[in-house]
Design a protein around this ligand. Structure first.
Ligand SMILES: C[S@@+](CC[C@H](N)C(=O)[O-])C[C@H]1O[C@@H](n2cnc3c(N)ncnc32)[C@H](O)[C@@H]1O
Length: 207
Protein backbone atom coordinates (compact mmCIF):
# COMPACT_ATOMS: atom_id res chain seq x y z
CA UNK A 1 0.00 0.00 0.00
CA UNK A 2 1.28 3.43 -0.87
CA UNK A 3 0.88 5.99 1.89
CA UNK A 4 0.98 9.24 0.00
CA UNK A 5 1.46 12.58 1.65
CA UNK A 6 -1.80 14.32 2.41
CA UNK A 7 -0.30 17.42 3.97
CA UNK A 8 1.43 20.54 2.69
CA UNK A 9 5.10 19.64 2.64
CA UNK A 10 6.37 23.21 2.98
CA UNK A 11 5.46 26.77 2.14
CA UNK A 12 4.88 27.19 -1.52
CA UNK A 13 4.38 30.92 -1.65
CA UNK A 14 7.71 31.11 -3.44
CA UNK A 15 7.57 33.80 -6.10
CA UNK A 16 10.46 34.19 -8.49
CA UNK A 17 14.04 33.07 -8.11
CA UNK A 18 16.03 33.29 -4.91
CA UNK A 19 18.03 36.30 -6.06
CA UNK A 20 20.58 36.05 -3.24
CA UNK A 21 21.40 32.50 -4.26
CA UNK A 22 21.62 33.25 -7.98
CA UNK A 23 23.75 36.34 -7.40
CA UNK A 24 26.10 34.58 -4.99
CA UNK A 25 26.34 31.50 -7.20
CA UNK A 26 27.49 33.72 -10.07
CA UNK A 27 30.47 34.88 -7.99
CA UNK A 28 31.73 31.38 -7.21
CA UNK A 29 32.63 29.96 -10.59
CA UNK A 30 30.83 26.75 -9.57
CA UNK A 31 29.85 24.46 -12.42
CA UNK A 32 28.24 21.43 -10.77
CA UNK A 33 25.06 22.68 -9.06
CA UNK A 34 22.42 20.79 -7.07
CA UNK A 35 19.12 22.21 -5.87
CA UNK A 36 17.32 20.21 -3.20
CA UNK A 37 13.72 21.35 -3.37
CA UNK A 38 13.09 22.87 -6.76
CA UNK A 39 9.37 23.76 -6.81
CA UNK A 40 8.74 25.61 -10.11
CA UNK A 41 12.43 25.90 -10.98
CA UNK A 42 12.54 29.69 -10.75
CA UNK A 43 15.92 29.62 -9.03
CA UNK A 44 17.16 26.70 -11.13
CA UNK A 45 16.38 28.71 -14.25
CA UNK A 46 18.38 31.65 -12.91
CA UNK A 47 21.28 29.32 -12.18
CA UNK A 48 21.01 27.78 -15.66
CA UNK A 49 21.23 31.23 -17.20
CA UNK A 50 24.40 31.92 -15.20
CA UNK A 51 25.90 28.61 -16.33
CA UNK A 52 24.98 29.31 -19.95
CA UNK A 53 25.08 25.64 -20.94
CA UNK A 54 28.21 24.74 -18.99
CA UNK A 55 28.31 22.32 -16.08
CA UNK A 56 25.52 20.25 -14.55
CA UNK A 57 22.25 21.14 -12.84
CA UNK A 58 20.98 18.39 -10.51
CA UNK A 59 17.35 18.78 -9.47
CA UNK A 60 15.86 16.99 -6.42
CA UNK A 61 12.14 17.05 -5.58
CA UNK A 62 8.95 15.02 -6.00
CA UNK A 63 8.75 13.35 -9.40
CA UNK A 64 5.97 15.59 -10.75
CA UNK A 65 7.87 18.72 -9.75
CA UNK A 66 11.19 17.49 -11.13
CA UNK A 67 9.54 16.53 -14.44
CA UNK A 68 7.98 19.98 -14.79
CA UNK A 69 11.25 21.67 -13.79
CA UNK A 70 13.29 19.68 -16.32
CA UNK A 71 10.73 20.47 -19.04
CA UNK A 72 10.88 24.17 -18.16
CA UNK A 73 14.68 24.24 -18.36
CA UNK A 74 14.68 22.29 -21.60
CA UNK A 75 12.16 24.72 -23.11
CA UNK A 76 14.50 27.55 -22.12
CA UNK A 77 17.30 25.81 -24.01
CA UNK A 78 19.13 24.25 -21.07
CA UNK A 79 19.98 20.59 -21.65
CA UNK A 80 22.55 20.23 -18.86
CA UNK A 81 19.95 19.04 -16.34
CA UNK A 82 19.93 15.81 -14.32
CA UNK A 83 16.64 14.71 -12.73
CA UNK A 84 16.61 13.16 -9.23
CA UNK A 85 12.92 12.50 -8.51
CA UNK A 86 11.37 10.84 -5.49
CA UNK A 87 7.85 9.58 -4.81
CA UNK A 88 5.31 11.12 -2.47
CA UNK A 89 5.30 8.14 -0.13
CA UNK A 90 5.26 9.29 3.47
CA UNK A 91 8.86 8.44 4.31
CA UNK A 92 10.35 9.02 0.88
CA UNK A 93 12.35 12.17 0.21
CA UNK A 94 15.29 13.65 -1.66
CA UNK A 95 17.51 11.93 0.89
CA UNK A 96 17.05 8.65 -0.93
CA UNK A 97 18.06 10.27 -4.24
CA UNK A 98 21.05 11.91 -2.55
CA UNK A 99 22.06 8.51 -1.18
CA UNK A 100 21.87 7.01 -4.68
CA UNK A 101 23.99 9.83 -6.09
CA UNK A 102 26.62 9.23 -3.41
CA UNK A 103 26.47 5.48 -4.00
CA UNK A 104 26.80 5.81 -7.78
CA UNK A 105 29.18 8.75 -8.13
CA UNK A 106 31.07 8.97 -4.84
CA UNK A 107 32.27 12.02 -2.95
CA UNK A 108 33.25 15.48 -4.19
CA UNK A 109 31.09 15.55 -7.31
CA UNK A 110 29.29 18.88 -6.68
CA UNK A 111 30.52 22.47 -6.41
CA UNK A 112 27.34 24.09 -5.06
CA UNK A 113 24.37 22.70 -3.13
CA UNK A 114 21.28 24.84 -2.50
CA UNK A 115 19.25 23.15 0.26
CA UNK A 116 15.70 24.48 0.03
CA UNK A 117 13.43 21.47 0.68
CA UNK A 118 11.35 20.49 3.69
CA UNK A 119 13.11 22.80 6.18
CA UNK A 120 12.78 20.18 8.90
CA UNK A 121 15.41 18.47 11.03
CA UNK A 122 14.00 15.06 10.09
CA UNK A 123 14.79 15.65 6.42
CA UNK A 124 17.51 18.23 6.34
CA UNK A 125 19.97 17.07 8.99
CA UNK A 126 20.44 13.97 6.84
CA UNK A 127 20.35 16.00 3.62
CA UNK A 128 23.20 18.10 5.00
CA UNK A 129 25.19 15.00 5.96
CA UNK A 130 24.93 13.54 2.45
CA UNK A 131 25.40 16.89 0.68
CA UNK A 132 28.58 17.36 2.71
CA UNK A 133 29.94 14.13 1.20
CA UNK A 134 28.89 15.11 -2.31
CA UNK A 135 30.42 18.57 -2.07
CA UNK A 136 33.97 19.04 -3.33
CA UNK A 137 36.48 20.99 -1.19
CA UNK A 138 36.12 24.67 -2.07
CA UNK A 139 32.43 24.16 -2.83
CA UNK A 140 29.50 25.96 -1.24
CA UNK A 141 26.47 24.89 0.79
CA UNK A 142 23.58 27.36 0.63
CA UNK A 143 20.65 27.18 3.10
CA UNK A 144 17.35 28.95 2.53
CA UNK A 145 14.97 30.14 5.25
CA UNK A 146 17.20 30.17 8.34
CA UNK A 147 14.43 31.74 10.44
CA UNK A 148 11.56 29.56 9.15
CA UNK A 149 9.40 27.55 11.58
CA UNK A 150 6.30 25.42 11.22
CA UNK A 151 4.55 27.74 13.73
CA UNK A 152 5.04 30.76 11.47
CA UNK A 153 4.48 28.95 8.20
CA UNK A 154 1.36 30.29 6.44
CA UNK A 155 0.46 26.82 5.18
CA UNK A 156 1.68 24.49 7.93
CA UNK A 157 0.89 26.27 11.20
CA UNK A 158 -1.67 24.43 13.38
CA UNK A 159 -4.50 26.90 12.61
CA UNK A 160 -4.07 26.49 8.86
CA UNK A 161 -3.31 22.79 9.04
CA UNK A 162 -4.38 21.10 12.31
CA UNK A 163 -2.97 17.71 11.24
CA UNK A 164 0.52 19.14 11.72
CA UNK A 165 0.11 18.27 15.41
CA UNK A 166 -0.07 14.58 14.46
CA UNK A 167 3.29 14.87 12.73
CA UNK A 168 5.31 17.13 15.03
CA UNK A 169 5.45 18.01 18.73
CA UNK A 170 4.86 21.56 19.93
CA UNK A 171 8.61 21.87 20.45
CA UNK A 172 9.22 20.88 16.85
CA UNK A 173 6.47 23.19 15.57
CA UNK A 174 8.03 26.13 17.40
CA UNK A 175 11.63 25.37 16.48
CA UNK A 176 13.51 27.05 13.68
CA UNK A 177 14.64 23.79 12.17
CA UNK A 178 16.87 25.09 9.37
CA UNK A 179 18.63 27.14 12.03
CA UNK A 180 19.13 23.98 14.10
CA UNK A 181 20.89 22.31 11.16
CA UNK A 182 23.06 25.38 10.55
CA UNK A 183 23.80 26.15 14.22
CA UNK A 184 24.43 22.60 15.46
CA UNK A 185 25.89 20.82 12.45
CA UNK A 186 27.37 23.26 9.95
CA UNK A 187 28.70 26.34 11.75
CA UNK A 188 30.62 24.40 14.44
CA UNK A 189 32.27 22.23 11.78
CA UNK A 190 35.80 23.57 11.31
CA UNK A 191 35.77 22.26 7.75
CA UNK A 192 33.29 25.02 6.87
CA UNK A 193 33.71 28.78 6.67
CA UNK A 194 30.63 31.01 6.93
CA UNK A 195 30.57 33.28 3.88
CA UNK A 196 27.04 34.74 3.88
CA UNK A 197 25.68 34.86 7.47
CA UNK A 198 23.16 32.11 8.23
CA UNK A 199 23.11 31.12 4.55
CA UNK A 200 26.23 30.20 2.60
CA UNK A 201 29.11 28.07 3.90
CA UNK A 202 32.28 27.22 2.01
CA UNK A 203 33.95 23.86 2.47
CA UNK A 204 37.60 24.55 3.14
CA UNK A 205 40.29 23.07 0.98
CA UNK A 206 42.48 20.93 3.23
CA UNK A 207 45.93 22.45 3.84
C1 LIG B 1 10.47 26.28 -0.91
S1 LIG B 1 10.20 25.13 -2.19
C2 LIG B 1 11.66 25.22 -3.19
C3 LIG B 1 11.82 26.54 -3.92
C4 LIG B 1 12.93 26.55 -4.94
N1 LIG B 1 14.20 26.16 -4.38
C5 LIG B 1 13.07 27.92 -5.54
O1 LIG B 1 14.01 28.64 -5.17
O2 LIG B 1 12.22 28.29 -6.36
C6 LIG B 1 10.48 23.59 -1.36
C7 LIG B 1 10.44 22.38 -2.24
O3 LIG B 1 10.84 21.26 -1.45
C8 LIG B 1 10.15 20.14 -1.91
N2 LIG B 1 10.07 19.09 -0.88
C9 LIG B 1 9.65 19.21 0.40
N3 LIG B 1 9.67 18.03 1.01
C10 LIG B 1 10.11 17.13 0.10
C11 LIG B 1 10.34 15.73 0.12
N4 LIG B 1 10.08 14.99 1.22
N5 LIG B 1 10.80 15.13 -1.00
C12 LIG B 1 11.04 15.85 -2.12
N6 LIG B 1 10.84 17.19 -2.20
C13 LIG B 1 10.37 17.81 -1.10
C14 LIG B 1 8.76 20.66 -2.26
O4 LIG B 1 8.11 19.81 -3.20
C15 LIG B 1 9.06 22.05 -2.82
O5 LIG B 1 9.09 22.05 -4.22
Amino acid sequence: MTVARAYPETDLNVAGPNERTVEFFATTGARRYAEIGVYKADTALGIADVLGGAGEIHLFDYEDRVAAAVARLHEAGHGNVVAHPNSRRLLDSYNWSLMRMLQEHGEGVLDYVFLDGAHTWAHDALAYAIADRLLAPGGHLDFDDYTWSLRHSPSMNPDAFPEIEQLYSDDQIDARQVALVVDLLVRPDARYEEIVPNKVFRKRVAA
